[in-house]
Design a binder for this molecule. Sequence first.
Ligand code: ATP
Length: 226
Amino acid sequence: MPELTVVDAAPLGVFGGTFDPVHLGHLRLAEEAADALGLVKVRWVPAGQPALRQTPKVSPAQRLEMVRLAIAGNPRFELDACEVEAAQPSYTVPTLERLRLPNTCGAARPIVLLVGADAFSGMVGWHRWTSLFDLAHVAVAHRPGFPIVAASLPPALADTYRERYSEDPGVLRAAPGGRIVSFAMTQLDISATKVRALLSQGLSTRYLVPDSSAAYIAAHQLYSEN
Ligand code: ATP
């Protein structure tokens, strides 16, 4: 994508996750973020080998394919396979550094990293997490069971939150990164953990997982206990 000046560059959303599997909570988060924050696109970045959690139940290539199927046909969504193809642990800061290269997003365009409220509170455990704000803004999606309250965040993150938080999503256009905003989304108490549990019991995940991904799961017999 050609490099633009900050003035005419709408922010690019970046949405990372394990997506094990992708579900409608993820899709609504990305769709509502695009509207609420005025994002030109949302770039989905499935993790290869997630650094901070157990090895996913299915292969990185299969998780990538389920996301590809889920976002197909949405002109605001695009897929970034780099973390999956890297075949090494996935870290957010190096991914953002890659996006900042001139031949991808460049230095000027605002980048907004989209995270759910649970992932945000765990950010202090991320590799080089403080460097993140040199590279991108962070937009925190409300998630059932995870209120966004400075007092309940780890101290280092609470300080960062107070210092960088704005109630005005307009700040996202004013600089390439460095601010934190939050946004309300349709509250969907769906998690990949719950989806995996249903599948392992042979129960329906209809209306929790997009049909295209569900068909892929069925065809490849993923997440079943057998
Ligand atoms: P798991 O249950 O396996 O931990 P998950 O459902 O949280 O998975 P991830 O792939 O870990 O899914 O999440 C990717 C991102 O999406 C994270 O930032 C997470 O906070 C966010 N997210 C996932 N589900 C929801 C939801 N229902 N509402 C809001 N945010 C969500």
